[in-house]
Design a protein around this ligand. Structure first.
Ligand SMILES: Nc1ncnc2c1ncn2[C@@H]1O[C@H](COP(=O)(O)OP(=O)(O)OP(=O)(O)O)[C@@H](O)[C@H]1O
Ligand SMILES: [Mg+2]
Length: 465
């Protein structure tokens, strides 16, 4: 008897579809994952990230930042203008390359606001993600308007992005216009109160900032700088060898080698590389390091090719020949500015208290914490202003203090009466750490981009009491 014929089960032949990398960026779900924020928060994400960039750009150009932000729910747009150096055209081009990150800061370890080279990429994709069909953002600088358009390719049925360049009146600084889709107008309208609060909070952390904000043509925030010459640690300040571990140092080296290759530049030597580090500008210091690791006249690429032991030995030598950064060099907002700020929100001067704490973690990373408090007789609810690295959080970064309490409840239980009517500030920053001494509790948390940032950006410190 012949064997019964086996029934062939219907099978599905799988084909691997080539999905565009761009699609990973421009859906709502993807952008929520990238930014760590639901779409209700996107107006605030746009405002925070563009203001961070504006502040960084002005500081790098060594000018006191002036930022204006205009939101119009009628014209459905968010416009942010700054007086910085102006975003270079090639940086805008790089923003549209979704296969790589573009940051002038990514490879460095330093206490800067922006460090991932991701924010602009997510922001220009937001209008499309909200609308589903088309999204437009215009970036103007150096007399050029880059109109960035996202739309769905009708044949491939996947998103595509292109850029149209025309002339612009913006010669100085940068102006970015995010065209908010009409279909998501209610999200923009609902963001008004938090937007105004965030705009004010930015001025708390930045004594050199002049910020104005207009909501539907009405000026809602208008705060002049209290100290235009105020200085903090700049993104352009040399990075310190003491802030790297061997892995990060290797990445920093590799970024330089890759950049030289991309630009077809003559590869730099180990000496060129270390000369950019803090404390190694002098040639006798460079020489001492080079002798120690036998790298005189050696190209960085061939030194790097010797692998991790070589990288580690160079890092150790650089650390031994330089001093660690003192916490006070990170910069302080300062008691004068915070007092002025407390008074501006109705704080009673006699109740004002200010404390600062400097320190270094056991891995030798410096930190500075500033806390200010004032009783506001006329306020019904507490106003809590929190931020890290001179930037404002979209959510309170001290919501979780890591020991089952949040900052608000801590203030309510531990503080003097009537805490519910007080205005209080908790301000910290640090370039990064894994541990911190007993006075402070470290909170490792997801950052505003929704991912753990390495180094300083993902770390938040909070005063324990
Ligand atoms: N207003 C501006 N003026 C001058 N340059 C700018 C401005 N905004 C952005 N840039 C440049 O574009 C780069 C990319 O900005 P983006 O915000 O995407 O990344 P980032 O600030 O480096 O890091 P992060 O993703 O953490 O914000 C910046 O590193 C900076 O060089
Ligand atoms: Mg940025």
């Amino acid at each position: 008897m012949s064997e019964p014929r086996k029934r062939l089960a219907p099978t599905l032949e799988r084909v691997t579809f080539k999905t565009s990398r761009l699609a990973e960026f421009c859906g709502e779900k993807e952008l929520v994952a990238q930014t760590g924020h639901a779409k209700e928060d996107w107006p605030l994400v746009i405002f925070k990230e563009l203001t961070d960039n504006a502040l960084d750009a002005a500081e790098e150009a060594e000018i006191a930042p002036e930022v204006n932000v205009e939101v119009s729910t009628e014209h459905a747009e968010i416009v942010i203008t700054d007086n910085g150096s102006g975003i270079p055209a090639e940086t805008v081009e790089g923003v549209l390359d979704y296969t790589s990150r573009v940051s002038s800061r990514e490879a460095y370890v330093s206490p800067t606001r922006g460090a991932q080279g991701n924010a602009l990429k997510t922001i220009v994709a937001m209008p499309f993600a909200l609308d589903g069909a088309r999204g437009v953002t215009v970036i103007e600088a150096h007399g050029l308007a880059h109109r960035i358009v996202f739309e769905t390719d009708p044949v491939r049925r996947e998103p595509r992005v292109f850029r149209e360049i025309s002339s612009s009146l913006v010669q100085k600084g940068t102006r970015i216009t995010v065209h908010w889709p009409d279909s998501a107008c209610s999200v923009l309208e609902a963001a008004e109160d938090r937007f105004v609060q965030m705009a004010e909070d930015f001025t708390t952390f930045n004594p050199h900032l002049t910020l104005s904000a207009d909501w539907n043509d009405e000026r809602v925030v208008d705060v002049p700088a209290t100290d235009p010459d105020w200085r903090k640690w700049q993104a352009s300040d040399p990075t310190s060898a003491h802030w790297y571990d061997a892995e990060r140092f290797g990445q920093y080296m590799a970024a330089h080698i890759a950049r030289d290759e991309d630009q077809g530049a003559r590869g730099r030597t180990v000496r060129d590389f270390i000369s950019e580090l803090r404390g190694l500008a002098r040639s006798d210091k460079q020489k001492a390091v080079l002798i120690e690791v036998s790298a005189s006249g050696v190209s960085l690429a061939s030194f790097f090719a010797d692998g991790q032991p070589a990288v580690s030995s160079l890092l150790t030598a650089c650390q031994q020949h330089t001093k660690p950064v003192a916490p006070k060099d990170l910069g302080l907002i300062g008691v004068d500015h915070l007092l002025e700020d407390c008074l501006a929100v109705g704080g009673a001067e006699e109740s004002f208290k200010y404390r600062k704490q400097f320190g270094a973690t056991t891995d030798g990373l410096p930190y500075a914490v500033e806390v200010a408090f004032a009783f506001c007789p006329d306020r019904e609810v507490r106003r809590l202003i929190t931020g890290v690295n001179f930037s404002v959080g979209i959510r309170n970064p001290f919501r979780q203090l890591g020991f089952a309490e949040d900052l608000s409840s801590l203030l309510t239980t531990a503080g003097p009466e009537p805490m519910s009517q007080s205005s209080s500030f908790c301000i910290t920053r640090a370039p990064g750490s894994r541990e911190i001494d007993g006075q402070f509790t470290m909170v490792r948390q997801r950052d505003d981009q929704g991912s753990r940032r390495e180094g300083h950006q993902g770390l938040v410190y909070a005063a324990q009491a």
